[in-house]
Design a protein around this ligand. Sequence first.
Ligand code: SF4
Length: 166
Amino acid sequence: MRVPSPHFQRSDRRPGPGPAGSSPDLTALPDLVHGRSRAGPVRSERPVYVDLLPPCNSACPAGENIQAWLAEVQAGEHERAWRALVADNPFAAIHGRVCYHPCESNCNRASLDSAVAIHAVERFLGDLALEQGWRFDPPPIRSGKREGDQPGASAPGIVPNPLRPS
Ligand code: SF4
């Protein structure tokens, strides 16, 4: 008696190949459904998008958006990089020198070759800002009034009418 291959299961309706000359039929189709009622891939798990901070950013005590200002440096936009940096930490030249840079201890690149020298780039940007005389953007002027006191202001979520005279 012939034992079927473990990868094939003969159909009930179509006799499989017997000994040479015993059946004119073709090779039986494999049973791809493995006894189940449906064929084809069945999705049982879905990927989940998780929005996490990069490890350098997460480790920085100043909470700097490091990957953002490093990307500006890479693009040659040094002033934009400095502005992105000082949005979180105005002491770029100082922290570039005195910070013990836990950002680099947590850099993913360290497991590939070596960590990015983040503190050195920070120091470079801080020094460049002093050399170029870059100034912080002036803070927004405040009216001294609370938002609810503004003419035309109303309950949160309700947009004031711009055509209404103030
Ligand atoms: S070196 Fe700069 S970027 Fe790194 S942890 Fe310190 S302050 Fe943050």
